[in-house]
Write a protein that binds this ligand. Structure first.
Ligand code: F6P
Length: 473
C-alpha cells in the first residue's frame, strides 16, 4: 500500500523522544529525553512533517497509546508487554548487545535453546510491528532512517512492504568480528545481516564497525564487498556502507554547563572531595561494557604503586542505573558498589574518602564533574562511540587529561591526544592514570583544545542531516 499523503521523513527507534507515566491522580505525565536524534530532528524543523516511530516501553506509554495521546510528529507502537519484554530484554539486550560488545563468558553462555527460539519469534514480531507502522505512515518515496540493533530486521521487512522508500539503517553499537558473530545460530546470524542489507545504506559510528559488518556479510552470507570496501552486494542488491561519527553538541553543552544548578553541584562536589584534591572522573550508565569495576581496580593499583597519591586524589564515579530488569546488570551494579566500598575501607582516612560513587542520575552533577575533572577515565571493553569522552573536553574548566580505551569508537578521533589503554590491563590503566595526573598544565590545555575540536567535528544535527542527505546519493 503506497499512500499519497503521509510523512516524507521518518525515524524509527526503540526508545522515543518522550516517555509517559501515570501519576497518583491517574493523570498522564510526559518527560522528554535528549540525544542525537532529538537534536537531529529539531534541525529539520517542524514543517518538514517528519514522523518518529518508537515503541511503548512502559505501562505509562501503553496507557498514552490507549488514550490516543501522542506528541506531534511521533507514533508509539503498543506491542504486547510479553512480546516487547522478550524482544528488548531477551534478544536485543541479552543477545545482540552481548555479541556486539563481546560480553559472553563463553564456557557457559550463550545457550541457544527452545527459550531462545521463542524470544526470537517475539523479536521478529516486534520488528514486523515497526515495519507495518512505517509502511503505513510513509508517503511515496519517503526517506526512512531506522536506528540500531533492536530494529535490525526492519529494513528488509519494510522493503518487502514498500519498495518505493529510501531506507537507511544506523547502528549505534560496535559490530562484532566474524568469529564472534558466528556464535549466533546460522539462520539468525544470516537473518540479522539480511535485515540490515534491506536498507539502501547501512551506517556506523566508525570505519572499524562498518568493516566488521562487511566482514560478517562476506563470512556468513558469501556477499560481495566492493573494492573500496564501501558497498556490499547480496542477491543482486547493493547496500552502501557509511560512517558518521556522532560528535558532542558544543553550544548546548557550554550553555547548559554554566547554569546555576551546575554551579551548585560544583560547590557540593568540592565540599565532598576537598578543594585541593585532583579528581579522576567517570560518568556512565552502569553498563556491563563500560568496565567500571576494572576502572576501580586500576585506581586501587594506582594507590598501591604510587602511595604519594593517597589523600591527594579522589575517584569520582557516577554510575547511573541501567537495564535493571536484567539480573546480570543488577549483579554488576552491586559489584561496582562492593569494590568501591572495599577501596574506601582499605585506603580511606578520617579526612579522605578515595572513591566518591554516586548511583542516582543527575545531569547537572555530571556536567559539574566534567568541568572539574583533572582526568577523565573512559575505559570501556567495547563501545560504539562513547560521548562522555567527547563531552568532557568541551566543558572542562582547566583542561583535562583523557584516559581512553582503544576499544571505544571515540578512539578513532581522540586517540592521538589521549592516554590510550587496553581496557583489560589493570596495571597499564593505573600507569595511564598516573601519567594523566602528572601531565603538565600547558600540555593538558593543548591536548584539551585539540580533543574538543575533534569531539565537536560532527554535532548531532549535522550527523542526522548527513545521514538523511546521503540516502539521495
Ligand atoms: O548504544 C546503543 C544505545 O541504543 C544508545 O543509543 C543508548 O545510549 C543505549 O543504547 C540505550 O539503551 P536503553 O534504551 O536500553 O536504555
Amino acid at each position: 500500500m503506497v499512500k499519497s499523503a503521509g510523512a516524507r521523513i521518518l525515524v524509527a527507534s526503540n526508545r522515543g523522544p518522550v516517555t509517559y507515566s501515570v501519576d497518583e491522580t491517574g493523570a498522564l505525565r510526559s518527560r522528554r529525553g535528549g540525544g542525537g536524534l532529538v537534536s537531529g530532528l529539531s534541525a529539520i524543523g517542524d514543517d518538514a512533517g517528519a514522523v518518529w516511530v518508537c515503541a511503548a516501553l512502559s505501562d505509562g506509554d501503553r496507557e498514552a497509546v490507549r488514550q490516543g495521546v501522542a506528541e506531534p510528529g511521533s507514533r508509539m507502537i503498543a506491542i504486547a508487554p510479553d512480546v516487547f519484554e522478550a524482544a528488548y530484554n531477551g534478544i536485543a539486550n541479552s543477545v545482540l548487545w552481548f555479541v556486539h560488545h563481546l560480553l559472553y563468558q563463553t564456557p557457559l553462555e550463550p545457550v541457544f535453546d527452545e527459550d531462545f527460539r521463542a524470544q526470537w519469534a517475539s523479536f521478529e514480531a516486534y520488528n514486523t510491528a515497526f515495519a507495518d507502522a512505517l509502511a503505513e505512515e510513509a508517503a511515496e518515496g519517503a526517506h526512512v532512517l531506522v536506528q540500531d540493533y533492536h530494529l535490525s530486521l526492519v529494513p528488509a521487512l519494510l522493503r518487502e512492504r514498500r519498495p518505493d522508500l529510501r531506507i537507511g539503517h544506523f547502528t549505534h553499537t560496535p559490530w562484532a568480528p566474524p568469529d564472534y558473530y558466528r556464535m549466533l545460530p546460522d539462520d539468525v546470524a544470516a537473518q540479522v545481516l539480511e535485515g540490515i542489507l534491506g536498507a539502501d545504506r547501512a551506517a556506523f559510528l566508525t570505519r572499524r564497525w562498518a568493516d566488521a559488518f562487511a566482514a560478517c556479510c562476506v563470512a556468513v552470507l558469501g556477499a560481495e564487498l566492493s573494492e573500496d570496501g564501501h558497498a556490499v552486494t547480496y542477491r543482486g542488491r547493493t547496500t552502501r556502507l557509511g560512517v558518521h561519527g556522532l560528535g558532542a553538541d558544543p553550544d548546548f553543552l557550554r550553555e547548559r554547563a554554566h547554569r546555576s544548578d551546575v554551579a551548585d553541584r560544583i560547590a557540593t562536589l568540592r565540599a565532598e572531595t576537598g578543594a585541593e584534591r585532583k579528581l579522576i572522573v567517570r560518568v556512565d550508565r552502569t553498563e556491563l561494557s563500560k568496565n567500571i569495576v576494572r576502572g576501580l581496580l586500576a585506581y586501587r593499583q594506582l594507590l598501591d604503586e604510587h602511595p604519594e597519591w593517597r589523600g591527594r586524589v579522589v575517584h569520582v564515579a557516577f554510575a547511573y542505573p541501567s537495564r535493571q530488569d536484567l539480573a546480570v546488570y543488577r549483579e554488576y551494579t552491586a559489584e561496582v558498589g562492593r569494590v568501591a566500598e572495599a577501596i574506601n575501607a582499605d585506603y580511606g582516612t578520617a579526612d579522605w574518602q578515595p572513591v566518591l560513587l554516586k548511583v542516582d542520575d543527575d545531569f547537572a552533577r555530571s556536567l559539574a564533574a566534567y568541568r572539574l575533572a583533572d582526568v577523565a577515565l573512559v575505559n570501556p571493553i567495547r563501545d560504539g562511540m562513547n560521548l562522555v569522552a567527547k563531552e568532557v573536553p568541551v566543558v572542562s574548566d582547566r583542561g583535562v587529561a583523557l584516559v581512553l580505551s582503544r576499544e571505544a569508537g571515540a578512539f578513532a578521533e581522540l586517540g592521538d591526544d589521549a592516554f590510550v589503554v587496553n581496557p583489560y590491563d589493570i596495571r597499564a590503566t593505573a600507569a595511564a592514570l598516573h601519567s594523566a595526573l602528572t601531565l603538565p598544565a600547558s600540555d593538558r590545555a593543548d591536548r584539551t583544545k585539540r580533543l574538543a575540536a575533534a569531539a565537536t567535528a560532527l554535532p548531532p544535527a549535522r550527523w542526522f542531516l548527513d545521514q538523511l542527505h546521503a540516502l539521495d546519493d
